[in-house]
Design a protein around this ligand. Sequence first.
Ligand code: ZN
Length: 298
Amino acid sequence: MSVLNETTKPGAWGPKEKEEWFARQTIQRSYEQDVVRRLKALPSDTLKLVQYGALSCDPKKYPLYYVRSAEWNDDNPTVLITGGVHGYEPSGIMGALRFLEEVAPQYTGKVNFVVYPCVSPLAYEINHRWNRRAEDPNRHFMQGTTVEESAKLMNSVESLGKHFKVAVDLHETNKRDIELTQERHARDGDKASPDDFIIPEGFYLCVPKQEDVALGHKIVEAVSKVTPICKDEKILGYPSNNGIIVLDDVPGLCQGFTRQLADVSMTTEIYPDKSPAREAQDAQLATVKRAIAFALKR
Ligand SMILES: [Zn+2]
C-alpha cells in the first residue's frame, strides 16, 4: 500500500518506460459492449444517465458516465456507489450495473442514488490496475491531482453539491495482484516484500475511520451469507476486526475522498478466484443493500 513516488527513486520508470509498459498492453474486452450498452438500456423514467467527461486518450471510446435517480427528493437519504476505480476488478463494475438493473428500482422514491459504474474504462479494457499513464487512480483522490480518472470523478461528485449518507467503493483483491504489485515496485524503484505474495482469501472491508467499523460489522454479517469472509488476523499488514481493516494512513483512496462528503464510507474487497464471478457480484450487491438499509436507519 505504499504511496507512489515516481521520480525520486533510482530505477523508477520515467515517461519512456511508462510508454513501453502501455505498448505491452492489449485490449481484452469492450467498455462499449459490456458497460455503456447496459447503461443506455436502463429505464430513463427512473434512472438518469449523465456523461461527466471522457478520457483524453480517446474521448469517443471512453465517455465517463454516472447514473442518478430520476426522482430526487432531498428529504430522502442519498447513497453514492463507485465501481471500476480499478478496471481489472470486474465484479465491482458488474455489481454496480446489476445494482442499477435489479436493485435500484425497488427504492424509487425512498433513496436517492448516484452510481459511477466504471471510473477507469481504459483499465477495464486492458484488464489492468493502471490508466494510460501507468497511474493507479486509487492513490490519487486528492486535491490538485493530475490523474484524470480521479480528478474527473472528484469534480463530478463535488459539483452535485450533495451530502451522502453512505459511500461504497466496489473493489476486489484477485490473484493478479501478486504480479501487479511486482510491476508497481518496478515502476517505483521499490523492492519486493514477503507480504506482496499473500492474497487474503475471502471478503474483507476497508474503512477510512474507526467510527465506520460499526456499520462494517453489519455489512460483513450480510456478505457472509453469500461468500466467505477472510479470517486472517492481519490483512495487508493491518489488524483485521472480523474482516474489517481501518485504512487511515493511505492517502489518495477514493473512500477517503468520499468520506469527506459522507457519514460513512467503505471499500469492498472480494476474493473472486475461488468463487464463481456471479458470487463475487452478489457480495458487492449484499454490501450495497446493507448500506442502503443503514441509510434508511434499518
Ligand atoms: Zn481495487
